[in-house]
Every structure is written in C-alpha cells, then in structure tokens.
Design a binder for this molecule. Structure first.
Ligand SMILES: C[S@@+](CC[C@H](N)C(=O)[O-])C[C@H]1O[C@@H](n2cnc3c(N)ncnc32)[C@H](O)[C@@H]1O
Length: 316
C-alpha cells in the first residue's frame, strides 16, 4: 500500500479548524505532524505551520510529498513535542497563535509491519515512534520485572489479567526472549484465550506502546510549554484516544479555566492564580456518526480546546 493511502484522513478536521480558526498571519504548532493532514488544512487557510514529529518517516512524507508547495510557511522539525519550548527558541519564535496535538500513532506507523506496533503484522517488537532513541518494546518485555510489566499492563492498558500475563511472560522469556510482534501476540493469546472480537493482546500492545514512548510523561510536559507559548487569544486543541490522556488534558484545562476558587473554610471565593484559559469545549467533542463509520480511528477520538485569556489587570 502506498503511504499516502494511510495519511489522508485527519481526525475531527472540521472541528479542529473551527476551534483553531487558522488564517494568514497566524502561526501554529502542529506537534504531531504525522501525514500532515491537519497541517495541510492550516496551511491551506494561509497560516504558517511549525510541524513537529519525532518520526523521520512521517516528516519526510509530509515534507516531500504534500507540504513542500507551501514553501516557507511550512517549517518541518524533527523533535519530540516535549521539547516544544526549545524548538520555538531555535526558530526565534516567542509566542504562537495555536497549538494542535493529535496524539498517538498514525495509521501509517500502525500499518508498517517493521515498526512493530501491530499484533496483526509480523515484525520486530519495536514500537518506538522515534526509531533512533530509547528502549524497544522487546527490550522492555525482556528485561522489566513481572511487577513492572503488570503495572504497565494495568495502568496503561487497563488489562484485567495484568499480573497473570506479566508473570507468564517473564517465565516464557527465559526460554526464548521475545523478538517479534506475533510471538508476543500468540503468547498473550495462550494466557488469555480469545473471547469476542477484540484480540486478547490489544491492551498489552497499547500499554507497551505508551510505556516505550513515555506517552503520558511527554504529554504532561508539552501541555505546560504550549500554555506558556500561546499568545493571549491563542488557542490549543488536543485530540486524545486514551482515557488517561483525556483525563490529563481535561484536568490541565479545568484548573486553569476557573476565574475563582472557593473552599468551605474561606469566607469568600478568591481569584485563581492559575487562571489563564477560557474553555472552548465544555464537553469533549467526538466524531460524527458519519466520520466514525468511515474512519475507525475516529471512534475513540476526543477533542478538547481552550483559548488563552488576556492577562488580568490588577487594580490598585
Ligand atoms: C495520530 S498521528 C498525527 C496525524 C496527523 N494529525 C495527520 O493529520 O496526518 C500522530 C503523529 O504524532 C507523532 N508523535 C506522537 N507523539 C509524539 C511526540 N511526543 N513528539 C513528536 N511526535 C509525536 C507520531 O510519530 C505520529 O506521526
């Protein structure tokens, strides 16, 4: 399959454009460039886009095949979005008008067997979005303690059989270390037999991917940096696919969107020192029935967005 067949369908595109309101003279950071679907729409509206991705394949594809035609308006950067502040510094950009994060892996990454993300395709057990850095999923499965693996499966995968799977994998790896995706998928299927349509290794694979790429950690780090780099009136939109990610984004936005704080022991509400946002989405925006039907990836997508407010004037 050609790569562009995977990259074409950005999730919640119309909704993202509505909240980010791109136009000429505005600068956006797309922290998850991927195939460039969202970036392309921002560029098409005349905006400048700094497109960040840690995966060189995603970057080459977006740059060379689709987005080169926007010339200097498109600034591709290979980096982890946890380094957002440093990336903007290196471009001598102080504040931006918007930040977009469309989290997780792209269909291209998922469907490329050699990247090792899929339990349905035989490949090396890798799962790194940045193939040049860090531990692979195989390294993790072959070296972590049973307790650590159980924690990963439980917390990131919400896997009910986390401890059983972890201890059996630890026994199995002494005879034969895990090297490939199918080897792991089959081992998990032997421990937790298949019931229903969902493959028993689904949660284990998701959990390993999140651990290998430190997905919650980098999300926590980028949210603060993005907030700091938005100009007043600038907007941030985040699309999540996992309940832990969504909870983190929801909380981050919520504590900063309240003008006042109140506690029973206080005689009156007090100004919230963290107040910097106005919520643009009261509830998470989900894909329309039509989008969910045509793009399975959209089914678990949740979009939340905020606008940075003008700094409060203190009256003397
Ligand atoms: C879901 S895809 C984005 C798809 C894109 N919005 C589009 O329309 O084609 C996520 C992309 O973000 C990248 N990515 C995920 N986490 C990242 C991180 N922490 N730093 C940099 N890139 C990241 C992945 O490599 C992947 O290419």
């Amino acid at each position: 399959m050609r790569p562009d067949e995977h990259f074409h369908t950005p999730v919640l595109l119309k909704e993202v454009l509505e909240v980010l309101a791109p136009r000429a003279e505005r600068t956006f950071v797309d922290g998850t460039l991927g195939g460039g679907g969202h970036s392309e729409a921002l560029l098409e509206a005349g905006a400048q886009v700094i497109g960040i991705d840690q995966d060189p394949e995603a970057l080459d594809f977006a740059k060379e095949r689709r987005l080169h035609r926007y010339g200097e308006k498109f600034l591709p950067v290979r980096a982890n979005f946890e380094d957002l502040g440093t990336v903007l510094d290196s471009l001598h950009i102080g504040e931006v008008d918007g930040v977009l994060l469309d989290l997780g892996v792209s269909s291209w990454q998922l469907d490329t067997a050699e990247r090792g993300f899929s339990f349905q395709r035989e490949g090396p057990l890798d799962m790194r979005m940045n193939p040049d850095r860090g531990m692979t999923a195989a390294d993790l499965v072959n070296t972590a303690s049973a307790a650590e693996l159980a924690r990963i499966f439980q917390v990131y995968g919400e896997e009910p059989n986390a401890r059983r799977i972890a201890s059996r994998l630890v026994s199995a790896r002494t005879a034969r270390p895990f090297q490939t995706t199918m080897q792991l998928a089959l081992a998990v299927e032997e421990i937790v037999p298949r019931r229903g349509r969902i493959h028993p290794a689904t949660r284990v694979f998701q959990a390993l991917r999140m651990a290998v790429n430190r997905e919650l950690e980098v999300l926590e780090s980028v949210l603060g940096q993005a907030a700091a780099r938005l100009r007043p009136g600038g907007r941030m939109a985040v699309i999540t696919f996992h309940s832990l990610e969504d909870r983190m984004v929801k909380e981050f936005f919520k504590v900063r969107s309240k003008a006042e704080l109140d506690r029973p022991e206080w005689p009156a509400p007090r100004p919230n020192p963290d107040y910097i946002f106005r919520a643009l989405t009261r509830k998470p925006v989900i894909a329309s029935a039509e989008e969910q039907r045509t793009n399975p990836r959209a089914r678990s997508a949740k979009l939340r967005a905020v606008e940075k407010i003008q700094p409060q004037r203190t009256t003397i």
